[in-house]
Every structure is written in C-alpha cells, then in structure tokens.
Design a protein. Sequence first.
Length: 202
Amino acid sequence: MIKICAFSGNPASKVDEVQILTEQIFGNAPISVLPWSPNTDTPWLAQSYVDRSQQLNECLQDQEVIAIWAARGGYGSSQLLDNVPWDSLANVASKYILGFSDITALQLAAFTKLGWKSLHLPMLATAQWKTLEPESKQLCISMILNILKNKIPDLPQIKLTNFNPTNSASDHNNFPNSILGKTIAGCLSVITNLIGTQYFPR
C-alpha cells in the first residue's frame, strides 16, 4: 500500500481530483489518497500542525504501508520531525518517502534515523505532475510500480576522482585523491538547514 499524505504545503488540487488522477495512472494499484482540510489560520499548509503530525505518524507506523507519497511540498515537514516517534519506528517495516522540495527534511531524517530510502520525484497534487514530459512521467510511474514489486535497488555509490581543490582545506595533502559515498537527492536549501541537527546524514 502506498498512501498519499498531506503533511506539508496546501496542495493545488482537491482530494477527489488527486484520487481520480491516481486511478487514471495506476489503475487498481493499492494507492490510497488521505484527506486534507486547510486551516483558515494557516492557508498555506495542508492542515493544522496537529492534523499533519497525526496523519504522518499514522502512515509511518502503519505496517501495511510500504511508501508515503507527499501530496505536496512547499513548507511544513521539518516542523514535524521532533514529533515523529523515531525509536518505535525502528521496529516498523521500512518505507520509501516520495516527493521533493520541503519533503527533503523528512526524507533525510528517515534516512539518518532509520536507513529508509526515498525517491525524489513530483507529487500528484502539484502542477508539476500535470506538466511533466511523457517520458519523465512514465519514469516516475515505473519507479513507483517497482516499489510495489519490491524491485528498487540499493542506493548507488558515486566515486569522485581527480577533482581540483577550491581552497587549502580541500587540498590533496589533506584529503585523498578520490572520495566514495552514497548519493542522496534533495532540496539544497532544506539540506543546509538541517546541518547541525540530529537529522542530518553523517
């Protein structure tokens, strides 16, 4: 089961519109769209803080859910990180976190705390999904369907070689000529805001 969850910005589409779009794209695949109702005090958010936090935590702890697909990014997911029961989630089956933009905060936190993987891709309740090129849209659909079939590979490793130092701190005398690590996608501004927190990857 994949659940489309609204725990960040206020989606540009209505719940029923996203449900119809989901059925058109994925047919009878087990994908569920959870409801959202923006608060008049914070219309830029999908729901109140309490409702967003509760919906997210229920999805995270649901043993039947294999992926959480954010309805929209924008703003708000980083607010919820301290309220996620990370310790108890260690006993829950791993899930993929789907989305981009502000969702990077949850994706990095889940990776850092639990080793969970993510897919950096457009969200159904945003205009980006509707304007995707057919090839890009098909790639997203293919990756999501592969999640349902448990065919997503491990994070690829990338090796950097023969790079030129930009300052004395990165000079080859201080560091080796190559660096090997795992690739993690995300929104750079959100990544930098997590530096120094417990959610930033080590």
